[in-house]
Design a protein around this ligand. Structure first.
Ligand SMILES: Nc1ncnc2[nH]cnc12
Length: 581
């Protein structure tokens, strides 16, 4: 509901010292993100908004709560402009831990919830999450990031429009298939036009895009990109007018390199922002969320106020929310951090909408976890009898063949390697350094089989944590693969690993097969254990969860395993088809 005339009159009265504030924060030093100054000032809050900033105490009444901010800096709450709020944590457990550390606004991707439940289901989820004590805004995807036979209906114009009309949806989410923008693809342009008509801007995702092609991405109206991985790529984006989101994530730890754009090249910073881009809980607990990025920036020589601007007003301006959040000024939401210093950025108090929500790193308000199962997020799983049959896994062939093997060369990047494989017992046999690999449709209607190399030597690994929410199964041993797959079905979604000793490790992810019902710390520990165990099984990279997520995607280079078969992302070629069941 919008504000009434009476509301406006009341806040004006408080500002003018003729009415009493609800809250008065005094004795602190204000970080003014508009001017870059730091100076003593008090803040009066009324009905969740800032009414006054200055030295007057006329609005302090008998019922005004006073917070003594002596020795603290008064800083706007930090803003995460791009996250995926389901990295085994739920949006609620994520908020509980990271709101307390100073990130008060989270701009969330809708892809997983939307792809799982469609427009109406996503709208229900968004409504349930609006009860959290942080500010959650959403970006809405206009395309999938894997091959999905249901994509045309799922992302139809009427379905997208339902989502675009919701005021919590503030942009189109990362357009991962950027080559479609460069080619002027009509179906994508239609969706862009609709979003524009609804007043939405666009997040880009121009990973590996050359400067010349970036021009086309910007020309179509894309406003931002978080895929720069060098200072020079960041500068290219800035030069073309793109808001440039500096990413430091569990997958890509690029901030020190990206910040050279500021420390070495001395570019202006007003269109630079921060994001952790859906990092895993262990990484975030270690490195921090936006407060961690601000800390790192200051450590490499960025002025504290500049780093704070990047985390607050720059972000708010990019989001079109700079009259509401991102600064401490009259009329803005009272999202305020009390920071004892400008080195560690660990808040003593976190205030959102005028309420104290956290003190000394701990939330002090209730964090309602939605009832995910009644919202429809029971994991979608293929039938147990289907996946517990080892015969499901393997490429049928009565003779030797040259096969397109997926070689995993980093946590997220693959390369095509053609290998000659012998046939045994009616199936192509893997070589010693390879694993069988299968993606099983969550409805049990198809399976794509293939091989991966460079992944390790586990007996089996089965996971619903994939970008298509189908069941991914890998391993040396097809019987163990069937056992791991059945265990995942029995858990109601999750990850099961059978190691070299044939022990089974299980991580239940019962909400949609990707989020844990455990508290944040518990799911973090379980994920850390999984990472250690896969490493012992020869998985050589740092982020198993991303490898599982993106082995199935259609936007990073190299071969991927999808509903459309083993595909080569760059050419779109089907290298080996799926098998109907
Ligand atoms: N691109 C992405 N899509 C879905 N979940 C993610 N988590 C991190 N990155 C993601």
């Amino acid at each position: 509901m919008g504000k009434t005339v009476a509301d406006m009159q009341k806040i004006v009265a408080v500002a003018a010292g003729k009415g009493a504030a609800d809250l008065y924060i005094e004795g602190g030093s204000l970080v003014n993100v508009f001017t870059g100054e730091i100076y003593p000032a008090n803040i009066a809050v009324f009905q969740g908004k800032i009414a006054y900033v200055g030295n007057s105490r006329k609005m302090v009444g008998p019922r005004t709560e006073i917070i003594d901010a002596s020795g603290c800096y008064l800083c706007p709450g930090f803003i995460e402009v791009h996250t995926h709020p389901w990295m085994v944590y739920t949006p609620a457990t994520m908020v509980e831990v990271h709101l307390a550390l100073g990130t008060t606004t989270f701009v969330c991707d809708n892809l997983f919830f939307y792809a799982y439940l469609g427009a109406d289901g996503f709208l229900r989820i968004m409504k349930a999450l609006a009860k959290l004590p942080a500010r959650l805004y959403w970006v809405a995807r206009i395309m999938h990031q894997t091959i999905d036979p249901e994509e045309p209906e799922l992302f139809s114009i009427p379905n997208l429009d339902k989502v675009f009309m919701d005021p919590h949806v503030i942009k189109v989410g990362e357009i991962t298939r950027w080559p479609k923008l460069v080619e002027g693809n009509e179906s994508v342009m239609r969706r862009i036009k609709l979003a524009e008509e609804r007043g939405l801007g666009f997040e880009g995702h121009a990973a590996g895009c050359s400067y010349d092609k970036l021009n086309a991405v910007a020309a179509v109206g894309v406003e931002s990109c978080h895929e720069a991985i060098t200072a020079e790529e960041a500068i290219n984006r800035l030069r073309l007018g793109l808001w440039t989101i500096l990413r430091h994530s569990s997958l890509r730890r690029d901030l020190p390199e990206l910040l050279r754009a500021v420390t070495d090249y001395k570019v202006q910073t007003h269109r630079l922002l921060f994001s952790t881009d859906g990092s895993t809980p262990g990484f975030l607990a270690r490195e921090g969320w936006i407060e961690g990025m601000v800390r790192k920036a200051v450590k490499v020589g960025v002025e504290p106020v500049t780093a704070i601007q990047m985390a607050t007003i720059n972000a708010a301006t990019y989001l079109g929310l700079d009259r509401k959040i991102g600064a401490i000024a009259p009329g803005m939401h009272a999202d305020i951090l009390l920071l004892p210093d400008l080195q560690n950025f660990k808040p003593r108090l976190v205030i959102v909408g005028g309420n104290v929500v956290a003190a000394d790193g701990k939330c002090c308000v209730s964090i309602p976890e939605p009832d995910w199962i009644s919202l429809g997020l029971k994991a979608k799983l293929p039938p147990r009898e289907l996946v517990s049959n080892p015969g499901l896994f393997g490429v049928p062939s009565d003779s030797s063949a040259i096969f397109p093997v997926i070689e995993v060369i980093s946590a997220a990047i693959n390369r095509l390697k053609e290998r000659t494989l012998e046939s045994r017992g009616g199936f192509l046999e893997r070589k010693e350094d390879m694993l069988y690999c299968a993606l099983v449709d969550h409805r049990g209607k198809w399976v794509t089989n293939g091989f991966v190399e460079g992944f390790g030597h586990m007996e089996a690994l089965a996971a619903t944590f994939t970008t298509s929410y189908d069941l991914l199964v890998l391993g040396r041993n097809r019987t163990a693969m069937a056992a791991a797959a059945a265990a995942v079905v029995d858990m109601g979604g999750g990850i099961a690993l059978v190691d070299g000793n044939k022990d089974m490790f299980k991580m239940p992810l019962v909400y949609g097969g990707i989020m844990s019902a455990d508290p944040y710390e518990v799911s973090m520990e379980t994920l850390n254990t999984l990472q250690e165990k896969v490493r012992e099984c020869g998985y050589p990279y740092h982020d198993i969860i991303y490898t599982l997520l993106f082995l199935v995607c259609d936007f990073l280079p190299g071969p991927r395993i999808t509903a459309g078969g083993i595909i080569d992302v760059k050419t779109g070629q089907i290298l080996y088809p799926p098998m109907p069941l």
